[in-house]
Design a protein around this ligand. Structure first.
Ligand code: KG4
Ligand code: ZN
Length: 379
């Protein structure tokens, strides 16, 4: 089955075409095409993602990205299409509607069995652009469409490389918007064991980066400094941060106090030098890693699972990856991580989730899909 996936929940516009085969518990996937445009540099000057800019950028980039995936020109018979219905659907995006019409009238209908689109969680204006675009394609090409939870995408992003058939499994999701420990009873059946009460881990990295005057997104910048700090092993300043909620008997997190501790400690420097930045970044990252190791270790012990899945943009961080792998290895648990390019937002994971979902729910043409900024994995 060939699935075209569309992702616009945050600041990456992405479209992918994959082929899924096999049963729900032993699927295999082949990535046929992928196209992705990151807006990160556009948002950098705001120090975070600016929703209306994200929406505008998605609207501008969707058709060109589709063009990278569907290259074959042609003049398909689209006499069934009521174009005013498409214009109505994209009435806030007149430019997108026009470009889309031009595109589908001049390119062959692709060999695709199903469309998939992220419906949440994320920035609602950004989600809506992707949803309406996907609905328009569903109507024009008469291909069924399935809505996908972005966080489910991060969980199943490990399936391009490996197969997981022993359930329940444990999943840790760490991204710019989420920090969750999830029990995966089967694909599509999730229980959230705990989550952050305030900031997400990626968000904390981004905020600490801003405090240290480093560019957005902050995760890669902080982790670069922390790596230097760990390797040099020097200690010029006395810097120590709390490990919030490390001792609580639950799977929840709280990161805002850690961020505030970084702010106060940094303010003590009149003119912060590079060595201080390195030492702050190193101790901050160590605090995050200590808390993650403890919480994930506790959950692996309590639920006695055989498999740990880790997903989300923050897992691009090598040190966090290695530390979590150690926690799993110590318990004889197998740890699964997505490849680097599938760690951050992409549409391949959305297509994979759709393949697994269609076993339980038959997708429809032009279904009623609404963007939900706070969509939960349990809904
Ligand atoms: O999953 P993702 O691409 O988007 C969301 O769904 O949020 O995650 C983006 C987050 C950003 O906060 C970014 O700073 C963080 O992942 N990130 C990292 C690293 N690379 C990206 N955090 C820590 N270390 C990294 N190497
Ligand atoms: Zn994400």
């Amino acid at each position: 089955m060939k699935i075209l996936g569309i992702e616009t929940s945050c600041d990456e516009t992405a479209i992918s075409l994959i082929e899924g085969n096999g049963e729900k518990n032993s699927p295999s996937f082949k990535v046929l095409e992928q196209a992705l445009h990151s807006q990160a540099d556009k948002h950098a000057e705001f120090g975070g993602v600016f929703p209306s800019l994200a929406k505008r950028e998605h609207a501008k980039n969707l058709v060109p990205l589709l063009g990278e995936i569907i290259k074959k020109e042609g003049s398909p018979d689209l006499s069934h299409v009521n174009w005013s219905e498409i214009e109505e659907l994209l009435h806030r995006e007149t430019e997108l509607a026009k470009n889309l019409k031009n595109f589908v009238l001049t390119h062959e209908k692709p060999d695709v069995d199903m469309l998939a689109v992220t419906s949440g969680p994320g920035l609602e204006p950004a989600l809506w652009v992707g949803i309406n675009f996907a609905k328009a394609l569903s109507i024009i090409w008469q291909i069924p469409l399935i809505p996908i939870n972005h966080m489910e995408g991060h969980i199943v992003s490990v399936l391009t490389e490996s197969n997981i058939s022993n359930f329940p499994a444990l999943a840790l999701l760490i991204s710019g918007g989420h920090t969750e420990i999830v029990l995966v009873n089967s694909w599509g059946d999730y229980k959230i064991l705990g989550q952050t009460k305030d900031d997400a881990i990626g968000e904390a990295y981004d905020k600490v980066a801003r405090i240290l005057n480093l560019p957005y997104p902050g995760g890669p910048e902080i982790s670069k400094l922390a790596k230097i700090g760990r390797e040099s092993n020097e200690c010029k300043y006395e810097i120590s941060f709390p490990r919030p909620m490390i001792g609580t008997n639950d799977y929840d997190f709280s990161l805002s106090g850690l961020k505030t501790a970084v702010l106060y400690r940094t303010q003590k420097f009149d003119d912060i030098d590079d060595i201080a930045k390195i030492e702050v970044a190193t101790e901050f990252e160590q605090a995050i890693v200590d808390v993650l190791k403890k919480k994930v270790g506790n959950a692996l012990d309590e639920f006695a699972v055989e498999n740990l899945i880790v997903g989300g943009g923050v897992i691009a961080n090598e040190y966090i990856r290695e530390s979590l792998k150690k926690v799993a290895d110590e318990r004889g648990v197998k740890a699964f991580f997505p490849t680097k390019d599938l760690s951050t937002d992409n549409a391949i994971m959305i297509s994979i989730a759709a393949y697994l979902r269609q076993f339980d729910k038959k997708p429809e043409i032009n279904p009623d899909i609404r963007a939900k900024g706070n969509l939960s994995l349990e809904s």
